[in-house]
Design a protein around this ligand. Structure first.
Ligand code: FAD
Length: 404
C-alpha cells in the first residue's frame, strides 16, 4: 500500500510527485504509467523531437536520479484497468493490486481516431507518445507524400517539422480555417499563409471520406472524391480523456473527470489533474472545461499536492500555452473563447504581432507571435480583466504594461 498513488506518468503525474516532496510530504509515493518511459515532455513530440533536433534524453522532465533521490517509485509499462473506491485499491493490466491512501488520476487522453474505412492501416499515425513518433520516424525515409488530417496545433506543428525533411505535405481541415477552435480568424489566416509560403498544401473545409490502401496506406479520399496520394497519414483531431476506470468506479464525469477547485473528484480520496480533469475555470467565464496544456497539468498538480498535505489552495491559474512552427513562436495567455472584439497590435507582415481579445470591454486573452514583450506584459491585463480601449491596445508605441 502506498500513501499516494499517482496514475499516469506524464506532465501532471510527474509534477504531482515532485510537488508532494517539495511540500515535505514524507509518505510512500508510487507513480503508475502505461508508457515504458520515465516522464518526458510531450510538446517536443510535434516539434524538436519530430524534427530530430532533440534526442529523447533531452526531453525527460527530470533525470532518473531525481526520482530516486526523492524515493518516488515508478511502476511503468502497466495500465490501471480498475479502481475500487471503497477498498481504496486499484488493479493494473498485469494483475497487480495496489492500495492507496490518496489517489491522483493523471492519465491525459488517447488520441481521437478516425472512424472511416482504412483508419487502422499501416502508415496512419497519431502523435501523442514517444512510441508514436518513433514509429512515424521509422517510416519517414521511405515516404515522400505526407497527409496531415487536422489543422489544430499538433497537425500544424507536425506539418512545419516535416517540411524540413523536404517532404510533400498536405494538410486537410474540416472547418474553413485552421485553429478555429482556439484562436480568432486573424491568427488562423496568418498561419495559413505561413504554411502555404513554406510549401504546405492546405485544404480547408475538406472532409475525409476514407483512407485508401490494402495493408499499407496509399492515400486519403476526400468527401469531394479527390484522392490525395499518401505514404504517411498523421491524424491530429484531438483527444478523448482516459477516464474509463474512474468512471466505472463511480466518479462523476462529463467531458473529463469532474473536479472541484482543489482537484477532488466526487470519490473520496481521489483527485484528478491535467488533460483529463474537467474543472470550473474562472478564465472561461466560469464554464466547466478541460485544458490541454503543460501549464494546467503543472498547476493542478501543485493544487492537488498542497491539498493532500493540508495546505489547501484553489486552482486559479491563468491559462497559458505556446506553439512553435517554423521560426514563429506563438505564446498565448488567457482563453479567447467568447470574445466580442479582437484588436490587432502590430503588422502580421512583419511576422511579429499580437492579437488582444476583449469581452465586454475587458481583456480576456492575448495571442503573441514573435512578440515576447506583449505576452509578458499582457499577462497582467488578462489576469485582472483590465478594461482598455481598442485604440490604446492597437498602439504599438504604448507598451502593454502602461495599460495594466
Ligand atoms: P499526459 O502527459 O498525456 O500523461 C498521461 C499519461 O498517463 C500517459 O503517459 C498515459 O500513457 C498514461 N495513462 C493513461 N491511462 C493510464 C492508465 N489507465 N494507467 C496508467 N497510465 C495511464 N502543451 C503546451 O502547453 N504547449 C505545447 O506546445 C504543447 N504541445 C503538445 C504537442 C503534442 C504532440 C502533444 C501530444 C501535446 C502537447 N501539449 C502542449 C499538451 C501537453 O503535452 C499536455 O497538456 C500534457 O502532457 C498533459 O499532461 P497530463 O499529465 O495530463 O497527460
Amino acid at each position: 500500500r502506498y500513501d499516494v498513488v499517482i496514475v499516469g506518468a506524464g506532465h501532471a503525474g510527474a509534477q504531482a510527485a515532485a510537488a508532494l516532496r517539495q511540500e515535505k510530504f514524507a509518505g510512500r509515493i508510487a507513480v503508475i504509467g502505461a508508457e515504458p518511459e520515465l516522464p518526458y515532455e510531450r510538446p517536443p513530440l510535434s516539434k524538436e523531437y519530430l524534427s530530430g533536433e532533440k534526442a529523447f534524453e533531452r526531453i525527460l522532465i527530470r533525470p532518473a536520479s531525481f526520482w530516486v533521490e526523492r524515493s518516488i517509485d515508478f511502476i511503468l509499462g502497466e495500465r490501471v484497468v480498475s479502481v475500487d473506491a471503497e477498498a481504496m485499491t486499484l488493479t493494473t493490466d498485469s494483475g497487480r493490486l495496489v492500495g492507496y491512501g490518496e489517489l491522483i488520476w493523471a492519465t491525459g487522453g488517447e488520441p481521437r481516431r478516425l472512424t472511416c474505412d482504412g483508419h487502422h492501416l499501416r502508415g496512419v499515425h497519431a502523435i501523442r507518445t514517444r512510441a508514436d513518433v518513433d514509429r512515424l520516424l521509422g517510416e519517414l525515409d521511405a515516404a515522400e507524400r505526407i497527409v496531415v488530417i487536422g489543422g489544430g496545433y499538433i497537425g500544424l506543428e507536425a506539418a512545419a517539422a516535416l517540411t524540413k525533411f523536404g517532404k510533400t505535405v498536405t494538410l486537410v481541415e474540416t472547418l474553413d480555417r485552421v485553429l478555429a477552435r482556439v484562436a480568432g480568424e486573424a491568427l488562423s489566416r496568418f498561419y495559413e499563409q505561413e504554411h502555404r509560403a513554406h510549401g504546405v498544401r492546405l485544404l480547408l473545409a475538406s472532409g475525409v471520406s476514407c483512407i485508401e490502401g490494402d495493408d499499407v496506406v496509399t492515400g486519403v479520399r476526400l468527401a469531394d472524391g479527390e484522392i490525395l496520394p499518401a505514404d504517411i497519414v498523421i491524424v491530429g483531431i484531438g483527444i478523448i480523456p482516459a477516464i474509463e476506470p474512474l468512471a466505472d468506479a463511480g466518479a462523476a464525469v462529463g467531458n473529463g473527470v469532474l473536479v472541484d477547485a482543489q482537484c477532488r473528484t466526487t470519490l473520496p480520496h481521489v483527485f484528478a489533474i491535467g488533460d483529463c480533469a474537467a474543472h470550473v475555470n474562472r478564465f472561461a467565464d466560469g464554464a466547466t472545461i478541460r485544458l490541454e496544456s503543460v501549464q494546467n497539468a503543472n498547476d493542478q498538480a501543485v493544487v492537488a499536492a498542497r491539498t493532500i498535505v493540508g495546505r489547501e489552495t484553489s486552482y486559479q491559474a491563468v491559462p497559458w500555452f505556446w506553439s512553435n512552427q517554423y521560426d514563429l513562436k506563438l505564446q498565448t495567455v488567457g482563453l479567447s473563447t467568447g470574445f466580442d472584439t479582437a484588436v490587432l497590435r502590430g503588422d502580421p507582415a512583419n511576422r511579429a504581432f499580437s492579437i488582444v481579445y476583449l469581452r465586454d470591454g475587458r481583456v480576456i486573452a492575448i495571442d503573441a507571435v514573435n512578440a515576447v514583450k506583449d505576452y509578458v506584459q499582457g499577462r497582467a491585463l488578462v489576469l485582472n480583466g483590465v478594461q482598455a480601449a481598442p485604440e490604446d491596445l492597437a498602439d504599438t508605441a504604448r507598451p502593454l504594461k502602461d495599460l495594466a
